[in-house]
Design a protein around this ligand. Structure first.
Ligand code: ATP
Length: 356
C-alpha cells in the first residue's frame, strides 16, 4: 500500500504539533521518521493510523482519502515502545489474538490459526517460545513477539513507534538488523519512529527528518547524511564542526583562515561553514601554511581511526577531526603540538539556513 499525507496540520491548543506536512511513503519501503523529542513524529504516525485526526489535510492510502476510515479499516499493524502483550496469555495466544477476534465470517479455522502462528513465530525466529508467558521473555524477545502479533492480521502497513526504544544498545543493534531482514522478506510498507540517527540511517530506505512540526529533509540515508539541507540536519546527523565568518566573492573568511565556497559566488553576508570531523585534513604546522591553525589537545586511536580533539584560537574553540590511524601514526603527533587543518569538503549556510 502507498501512503501519502497532504498538507496535514495538527494543533494541541496553541501548540503546532504538525505544520503543513506533505510526504510520500512508497509501496514496500521502510521509512524512518527521525527527529528530536517532541518534533511531532508520533503525532504524524497516529494521524496515518487513524488514532488522531488532523485539523486539516489528508491521508491517502493507495491514493484513496482515508479520512473517514476507522483505524480497523486502514489495515495497519502497530508496534509500540512498550507494547503490552497480554501477560496472562502464552506467546502463541498473543500472536493468535488478532485472528481470533476477527468477525466470524473472516475468522480462520483453528487449524489455519495454528499454522499461521507457527509460521509467524518461525519468521521472528522464536517458535521455541510458543508456550511461554510474556514475563518469561527478554525485552528483545517481547518486541519480536509484538511484531509477530502485528503481522498476524496481514497488515498492508506496519507502523512502529520507537519499537526498540526501551532496549539496551546491543540488543537494539541486533534487532534493527533483524527488522531490516524481515522487511526485505515481507515488503510491507513500513514507517518507524526513532530519535536515534544511527538506527534511521542503518535501517531505512528513506529518512524523514522532522523538527518542531516541520519536515526539514527527506531522502535516502546517504543523501541526508552527505547532503544535509539545513544546519539543523547537519547538527542532528552526526558530529559537525562549525566555522563562523563572512562570505564574500565566493570565499568565507573565518578568523585568519579563508575557504572557497562552491556555488553561488554572488552570495554575501554572515555565514557558517559546516565540516564533518572526517572531512578535515590534518597536518603539522609550517609557517605560512594555509588552513586553520589549531593545537592538539587530545588524541585517541580506536581501531582504524584516530579521533583528534583540537583547539582553535584564544578562546580554545573545540574542533574535532577523525583521520585514518595510519595517517595519525605516520604524523607521530604529541599533545600540545600546533597543527593546521583544512576542510576537504564543506557546506556554507548564510544567515538563517539560506544555503549557498
Ligand atoms: P518523542 O520522541 O518524545 O515521542 P515525538 O516527536 O513523537 O516525541 P509527539 O509525541 O508527536 O512528539 O508530540 C509532539 C508535540 O505535541 C509534543 O510537544 C507533545 O507534548 C505534544 N502533544 C502530543 N500529543 C498531545 C496531546 N494529546 N495533547 C497535547 N499536546 C500533545
Amino acid at each position: 500500500m502507498t501512503i501519502q499525507v497532504k498538507n496535514i496540520n495538527k494543533r494541541f491548543g496553541d501548540f503546532v504539533a504538525l505544520n503543513n506536512i506533505s510526504l510520500d511513503f512508497p509501496q514496500g519501503e521502510l521509512t524512518a521518521l527521525l527527529g528530536p523529542s517532541g518534533c511531532g513524529k508520533t503525532t504524524l504516525l497516529r494521524c496515518i493510523a487513524g488514532l488522531e485526526h488532523p485539523d486539516s489535510g489528508q491521508v491517502l492510502l493507495d491514493g484513496q482519502d482515508a479520512s473517514d476510515r476507522h483505524v480497523r479499516e486502514r489495515q495497519v499493524g502497530f508496534v509500540f515502545q512498550h507494547y503490552a502483550l497480554f501477560k496472562h496469555m502464552t506467546v502463541f495466544e498473543n500472536v493468535a489474538f488478532g485472528l481470533r477476534v476477527k468477525k466470524r465470517s473472516e475468522r480462520p479455522s483453528e487449524e489455519q490459526i495454528r499454522r499461521k502462528v507457527k509460521d509467524l513465530l518461525e519468521l521472528v525466529q522464536l517458535d521455541w517460545l510458543a508456550d511461554r508467558y510474556p514475563p518469561q521473555l527478554s525485552g528483545g524477545q517481547r518486541q519480536r513477539i509484538a511484531l509477530a502479533r502485528a503481522l498476524a492480521v496481514e497488515p498492508r502497513v506496519l507502523l512502529l513507534d520507537e519499537p526498540f526504544g526501551a532496549l539496551d544498545a546491543k540488543v537494539r543493534k541486533e534487532l534493527r538488523r533483524w527488522l531490516r531482514r524481515l522487511h526485505d522478506e515481507l515488503h510491507v510498507t513500513s514507517i518507524f519512529v526513532t530519535h536515534d540517527q544511527e538506527e534511521a540511517l542503518e535501517v531505512a530506505d528513506q529518512v524523514v527528518l522532522m523538527n518542531k512540526g516541520n519536515v526539514e529533509q527527506i531522502g535516502a540515508p546517504d543523501e541526508v547524511y552527505n547532503h544535509p539541507a539545513s544546519p539543523f540536519v547537519y547538527g542532528f546527523l552526526g558530529n559537525v564542526n562549525m566555522f563562523h565568518g563572512r562570505v564574500q566573492d565566493g570565499v568565507l573568511a573565518s578568523g585568519e583562515a579563508s575557504f572557497a565556497v562552491p556555488g553561488q559566488p554572488e552570495a554575501a553576508g554572515k555565514g557558517t561553514a559546516y565540516v564533518r570531523p572526517h572531512e578535515l585534513d590534518v597536518d603539522r604546522y609550517t609557517p605560512g601554511a594555509e588552513g586553520i591553525v589549531v593545537k592538539l589537545r587530545r588524541a585517541h586511536a580506536i581501531g582504524p581511526l584516530a579521533q583528534l580533539d583540537l583547539e582553535r584560537g584564544d578562546n580554545a574553540e573545540l574542533i574535532e577531526a577523525v583521520i585514518p590511524n595510519e595517517r595519525f601514526s605516520s604524523l607521530d603527533l604529541k599533545e600540545g603540538e600546533t597543527l593546521v587543518v583544512r576542510p576537504k569538503r564543506l557546506r556554507v549556510f548564510v544567515d538563517e539556513g539560506a544555503s549557498i
